[in-house]
Design a protein around this ligand. Structure first.
Ligand code: IMP
Length: 192
């Protein structure tokens, strides 16, 4: 339960992620602070486990309430690849590598999943997950955002990639915004 509800550190080095989450947290009166580092990440194929362990590590190390997030892109015709390995695959293959793997594939269904874990030094972590269903486009489009944003088109919009949206628009459909909203709602319910 976030006792110091108004101020929570986000253990991430990714400023784009932080800005997206910060604007969602404002809706719940929570001041999210950019930590600029993250707790040691375990290797696992379970996003929730990775996020929880990372939140525990940073919260214990620094004796503060922290949030950690782990996200990934799961592509149906690639049987869920890259999933939990998205960060490595983005660094090695990038958007173009994924497009090559999908060349000629009619099935381009994919989903982003986000797991947001909250932990304070006195309690076990709690985790909220959410999904953005969509598909992988046939080329890269747009310059906003980060990571696989230029190739992912959320179903509910059906036209624009995340990289062609403002962060406010991306937050309407994104896995991250949805997971952070679940956390925001929980933090209001569990207000002391
Ligand atoms: P992370 O381990 O949570 O930082 O995410 C793993 C990788 O997934 C990132 O390096 C990005 O390449 C990709 N990713 C996660 N969330 C998003 C998103 O919202 N847009 C685009 N790519 C994302």
């Amino acid at each position: 339960m976030p006792k110091d509800k108004l101020k929570i550190h986000f253990a991430t080095t990714n400023r784009s992620k932080f800005l997206e989450a910060q604007s969602v947290m404002k809706e719940y009166g929570i001041r999210l602070i950019f930590l600029g580092k993250k707790g040691l990440e375990i290797q696992s194929d379970n996003l929730e486990e990775i996020a929880k362990q990372s939140a525990i590590a940073s919260s214990t190390d620094m004796r503060i309430s922290t949030i950690a997030e782990d996200a990934g892109l799961f592509i149906d015709p690639l049987r869920g690849f890259p999933g939990p390995y998205s960060s490595f695959v983005f660094r090695t293959l990038g958007c173009d590598g994924i497009l090559k793997l999908l060349k000629g594939s009619h099935n381009r269904k994919a989903r982003f999943v986000s797991a947001v874990a909250y932990c304070d030094p006195l309690h076990l972590p709690i985790c909220f997950s959410a999904v953005s269903e969509g598909f992988v486009g046939t080329g890269t489009r747009g310059t906003s955002g980060f990571g696989f944003d230029p190739i992912f088109i959320p179903l509910e919009n059906g036209k624009k990639t995340f990289a062609e949206m403002s962060s406010i628009e991306k937050n309407r459909y994104s896995h991250r915004a949805r997971a952070f909203r679940k956390f925001g709602k929980w933090s209001i319910r569990s207000k002391p």
